[in-house]
Write a protein that binds this ligand. Structure first.
Ligand SMILES: Nc1ncnc2c1ncn2[C@@H]1O[C@H](COP(=O)(O)OP(=O)(O)OP(=O)(O)O)[C@@H](O)[C@H]1O
Length: 804
C-alpha cells in the first residue's frame, strides 16, 4: 500500500511538471492572441482552478501522506513487533520441533524395542500355547481315565451304600434296644447310688460318733504326746559330726556319739513323731493342727518346747521372723487357726476370744497387760493370786486383765505390748530378765557364783522347774495328789497339764556332736514324759473315784468295739455295693473310693483294749483320736501300737519316781535325770545336770513364754441363754461386762475391749472350758546366757451361741 502511495506521489509530481510545461506553452500562445488570451485566460483560470483543486487535493494527499507515513511507522513498528514475535514463535516452534523430533526418536527407539519384545513374547507365547495344548491334551486324557475310574468307584459305592443302608437299619434297631436298656440300667444304678449315698451319710455319722468316743477316751487318759524336732546345722557348724544316726517314720530316733566308736554309743528313742532337719514349719504345724482343733471341741491344750539352749525352741514355737508367714512357728499358726476355724463354724457357733498375759518372776505373778496409763509401760507389781484349782472358765489368774481379741493380729499386738512392758520392767528392775535363769543344782549355783538376789532368782527358777517335773511325774503315776501348788507356773498351767488337757511337748535336738551328752539327757527326759499317762480326767469329774473312770473307759471301749463291728459291716456292705456299681457301669468307668480309710479305731478291739490298758499308753493313740490326724496315720496305727508297746516295755520300767526334792523315791533312771545318781563319769554328771537344768530352766526362762488359750463352754444363743442359764449366772455377767467397758474407755483401745466377761460359774450341762497353752521352754548350760522370766499369756475363747 505504501508503495502504491509512493508511486502515486511520483505520478502526481510528474503530472505537475507536465502541467507546468503546458502552462508555459499556453502563456506563450496567450501572448499571441488576446482571444486566445482570453481563452487562454479562461483556460488559465480553469487551470488555476484546476490547480487549486489539485493543490487542495495535493494537500489532502499530503495529509494522507502524513497520515500514511504515521500509519506506515505504526505498521513498521507492528511489523517489527510481529517480526520479533514471529522470530520468537519461530524459535519456539523450532525448539518444539527439536523436542518433538527427539521424542519421536526416543519413542521410535522404544517402540522398536517393544516391538522386538512383543515379537519375542509372541514367540514365547506361541511356544507356551503349544506346551499348554500338549498339557491339556495330556490332562484331558488323564481326566478321561479318572472319570472312568470314578465312574467305576461310584458304581461300587452305590452298591456298598445299598448294603450299608441295610446294615444301618439293623444297627438302628440295635441302638434303640441298647438305649432302652441303658435308661433302665441308669434308673437301677441311680437307685443303687442313692442307697450308697445314704449309707455314706450314715458312715459319716458313725465316724463322728467314733471320733467323739475316741475323744472321750482321750479325755479320760489325758496323755501327753511328744514330737521330737532336730534342728539343722547352723552355718559354721561341722555337719559331719552329727549325733543323729537314724530317723524312723514311726517316731524312732537313734542317736550316737560321733566322738566315740562302739555299739554302746547308740541309743534308740521313740516318740510320737520325729521331724528331721529338713522339716518345715508348715509340716510341723500340720501334725499339731488336730490339737488346735481339739480346743474348739472343748479340750484344754498345752503345747510347749523343751530342749537345750539353741536347739530351736523359739524357732519351733515362734519362728525366726514374725513378718514372714511361711516361717511362723506353732504359736502364731495356732492362733491363726484358732481364729480361722470359728469363721468356718460361724454358722453354728460364735466364739469370743480373750487374752491374758502374766509374768511369773521369782514366784510372783503380775499382769503385764494391766490397765491404767502408768501401768501400761511400768506394770504394777501388785501380785495376783492364783486360784488353787482352776476356775470353771479355765482361768487360773482371774484377777489379771482379760482382753477381747478377734484376730491373730490383735493377739500379736497385745503380745508386743506385754513384751514391751516386760522389757521396760526388766530394765527398771535391774535387768532381772537377763539374770533370771541360773542353775538347778548346788554345783551349778556354785559355778555360777550366784549370790544374794541372783541366787534367789536361781532358786525360784529351779523351784518352778522342779515343780513342773513333780507335776508331770505325779500325773504319770496317778498320784492322788498332784503338786500343782508348788510353783506359780504349775498353778497357772494346771488346767492345761492334767485331766482333760491334751499336752504336746516339742523336744528340740541340736544335732551337733558336741551336744551329744545334753541331747541324750534331753531325749531321755522327753521319752520318759512321752510314756507318761497324765492321769484320769479328775478335774472333769471331780470327786469321782478313779475306779469309776476306769470302768467308764472299759465301757467306752466296749462301745467303740461295737462301733468298730458296725463300721466293718458297713464297709463290707459298701464294698459289695461298690462292686455291683462298678460291674454295672464298667463302660462309664465310675470309680468310687475303694474303701474308707482305716481309722485308728479300725484296729481290733483287743489291740485297742491292750493299748488303752497299757500304763504307758503312748501319744500315738492320742493322736489317732483326732480324726484328721488319724486319717493320715491310721494305716500304720496298729503296727505302731505294737511297736510302741514293745518299745515301752524295753524302755519304761515302772518307777516310783514322783517328784524330785519332795522326798519321793526315785528309780535309777530318775535319779540319773535329776543329777543325783552315780557321778562316776564327769560327762555323765554334766549330762544329768544339764538335763536337770533343762528341765529346771524350763520355768525360768525355760518356759519363757506360754500362751494359753481357753475355750469357754459352748453356750446357747442369747435367747436360749435366758431360758437355760441360772439367774445367778445372768447377774454375774453384766457386772463383769461393766468392768470391761470401763477399762476399755480408759485404754482407748476401741477395737480391743479391755476385758471380757469372766464366767466364774459353769453353766449346767456344759463342758469344761478348753485351754491351749503354748510354751517355749529352754535349758541352758551357759550360766551367763540371758534368759527371760516366764511370760504366760492366757486367752479364753467363749462360744456365745450355737444354732440348733
Ligand atoms: N528348724 C530350724 N531351721 C532353721 N534354723 C533353725 C531351726 N531351729 C533353730 N534354728 C536356728 O537355730 C538358732 C537357735 O534357735 P532358737 O533361738 O530357736 O533356739 P532356742 O532353743 O530357743 O535357744 P535359747 O534356749 O537359747 O533361747 C537360731 O538361729 C535359729 O534360727
Amino acid at each position: 500500500m505504501l508503495m502504491k502511495r509512493v508511486q502515486q506521489n511520483i505520478l502526481f509530481r510528474v503530472r505537475e511538471e507536465k502541467y507546468r510545461s503546458r502552462i508555459k506553452v499556453l502563456e506563450t500562445l496567450a501572448a499571441g492572441t488576446t482571444k486566445e488570451n482570453e481563452i487562454v485566460t479562461n483556460c488559465m483560470e480553469n487551470i488555476k482552478l484546476e490547480k487549486n483543486r489539485v493543490e487542495e487535493r495535493e494537500r489532502s494527499e499530503e495529509k494522507d501522506v502524513v497520515r500514511l507515513k504515521k500509519e506506515k511507522e505504526r505498521s513498521d513498528a507492528e511489523i517489527r513487533k510481529l517480526k520479533q514475535e514471529l522470530k520468537v514463535v519461530k524459535e519456539t516452534h523450532e525448539n518444539q520441533c527439536l523436542e518433538l523430533e527427539a521424542k519421536a526418536q526416543k519413542t521410535k527407539v522404544d517402540l522398536e524395542k517393544k516391538l522386538k519384545d512383543a515379537e519375542l513374547q509372541v514367540v514365547d507365547s506361541s511356544k507356551k500355547v503349544k506346551e499348554l495344548e500338549k498339557l491339556c491334551q495330556h490332562k484331558s486324557q488323564r481326566w478321561e481315565k479318572k472319570e472312568c475310574t470314578y465312574q467305576n468307584f461310584i458304581d461300587n459305592q452305590a452298591g456298598a451304600l445299598q448294603e450299608l443302608n441295610a446294615t444301618s437299619m439293623s444297627i438302628k434297631h440295635e441302638v434303640l434296644k441298647t438305649e432302652k436298656k441303658y435308661f433302665e440300667d441308669l434308673n437301677y444304678y441311680g437307685l443303687k447310688l442313692k442307697g450308697v449315698a445314704d449309707a455314706a451319710k450314715n458312715y459319716h455319722v458313725v465316724l463322728e460318733e467314733n471320733r467323739r468316743l475316741y475323744n472321750e477316751v482321750q479325755e479320760l487318759k489325758g496323755n501327753i504326746r511328744v514330737y521330737c524336732r532336730i534342728r539343722p546345722f547352723l552355718p559354721g557348724q561341722n555337719s559331719r559330726q552329727t549325733t543323729i544316726e537314724y530317723i524312723g517314720e514311726n517316731g524312732e530316733l537313734v542317736v550316737a556319739n560321733p566322738l566315740k566308736q562302739g555299739k554302746d554309743t547308740h541309743r534308740l528313742f521313740k516318740f510320737n513323731k520325729v521331724f528331721g532337719q529338713a522339716a518345715t514349719q508348715e509340716e510341723v504345724f500340720i501334725d499339731t493342727r488336730p490339737l488346735i482343733r481339739s480346743i474348739l471341741d472343748g479340750y484344754n491344750v498345752c503345747i510347749f518346747a523343751y530342749g537345750q539352749t539353741g536347739s530351736g525352741k523359739t524357732y519351733t514355737m515362734s519362728g525366726p521372723s514374725i513378718t514372714s508367714k511361711e516361717e511362723w512357728g506353732v504359736n502364731y499358726r495356732a492362733l491363726n487357726d484358732l481364729f480361722l476355724l470359728p469363721q468356718s463354724r460361724q454358722n453354728s457357733v460364735m466364739y469370743e476370744v480373750g487374752v491374758q498375759m502374766v509374768e511369773i518372776y521369782n514366784e510372783q505373778v503380775r499382769d503385764i497387760l494391766s490397765d491404767g496409763g502408768s501401768n501400761r509401760r511400768y506394770p504394777s507389781l501388785i501380785q495376783y493370786r492364783i486360784w488353787n484349782t482352776a476356775l470353771p472358765n479355765g482361768l487360773a489368774v482371774p484377777d489379771a486383765s482379760m482382753h477381747c481379741v478377734r484376730s491373730t493380729e490383735d493377739v500379736l499386738e497385745l503380745m508386743n505390748i506385754g513384751l514391751m512392758n516386760r522389757t521396760v520392767g526388766a530394765t527398771a528392775l535391774n535387768e532381772r530378765s537377763s539374770r533370771s535363769h541360773c542353775v538347778l543344782s548346788v554345783h551349778r549355783v556354785d559355778r555360777s557364783e550366784a549370790t544374794g538376789e541372783r541366787l534367789k532368782e536361781a532358786q525360784h527358777i529351779n523351784k518352778s522347774l522342779s515343780a513342773l517335773g513333780d507335776v508331770i511325774f505325779a500325773l504319770a503315776h496317778k498320784n492322788p495328789h498332784v503338786p500343782y501348788r508348788n510353783s506359780k507356773l504349775t498353778q497357772v498351767l494346771q488346767s492345761s497339764l492334767g485331766g482333760q488337757a491334751k499336752t504336746l511337748m516339742f523336744v528340740q535336738v541340736n544335732p551337733d556332736g558336741d551336744s551329744y551328752a545334753e541331747t541324750v539327757s534331753t531325749l531321755k527326759f522327753a521319752e520318759r514324759v512321752s510314756g507318761v499317762e497324765l492321769g484320769a480326767a479328775k478335774s472333769n469329774k471331780e470327786g469321782r473315784d478313779v475306779r469309776q473312770l476306769m470302768e467308764q473307759v472299759s465301757s467306752l471301749k466296749d462301745v467303740i468295739a461295737r462301733k468298730d463291728e458296725e463300721l466293718q459291716n458297713f464297709q463290707k456292705q459298701k464294698g459289695t455295693n461298690a462292686t455291683v456299681l462298678k460291674r454295672g457301669l464298667s463302660n462309664l468307668r465310675l470309680e468310687g473310693p475303694s474303701s474308707p480309710r482305716r481309722h485308728s479305731i479300725g484296729a481290733s478291739p483287743n489291740a485297742r483294749r491292750a493299748k488303752a490298758s497299757s500304763l504307758f499308753g503312748r501319744a500315738t493313740s492320742d493322736v489317732d483320736n483326732c480324726s484328721e490326724y488319724s486319717s493320715k496315720h491310721s494305716d500304720s496305727g496298729s503296727q505302731h501300737s505294737s511297736n510302741e508297746r514293745k518299745h515301752q516295755k524295753d524302755y519304761h520300767q515302772p518307777s516310783k519316781f514322783a517328784g524330785g526334792a519332795k522326798g519321793i523315791d526315785f528309780d535309777d533312771e530318775d535319779v540319773e535325770l535329776v543329777g543325783l545318781g552315780d557321778a562316776d563319769s564327769e560327762e555323765r554328771l554334766s549330762d544329768i545336770s544339764d538335763s536337770c537344768l533343762s528341765m529346771g530352766t524350763e520355768t525360768d526362762g525355760s518356759i519363757s513364754s506360754a500362751v494359753e488359750l481357753t475355750l469357754f463352754p459352748e453356750a446357747v444363743k442369747p435367747l436360749e441363754i435366758t431360758e437355760r442359764l441360772e439367774p445367778h449366772m445372768l447377774s454375774q455377767k453384766p457386772e463383769k461386762s461393766v468392768k470391761m467397758v470401763k477399762t476399755e474407755q480408759k485404754e482407748s483401745r476401741s477395737n480391743i475391749p479391755y476385758k471380757i466377761p469372766k464366767q466364774t460359774v459353769k453353766p449346767p450341762g456344759q463342758t469344761r472350758p478348753s485351754r491351749l497353752s503354748v510354751a517355749t521352754s529352754s535349758s541352758s548350760k551357759a550360766l551367763t546366757s540371758a534368759k527371760r522370766p516366764t511370760i504366760s499369756t492366757s486367752s479364753s475363747a467363749k462360744p456365745l451361741n450355737r444354732r440348733r
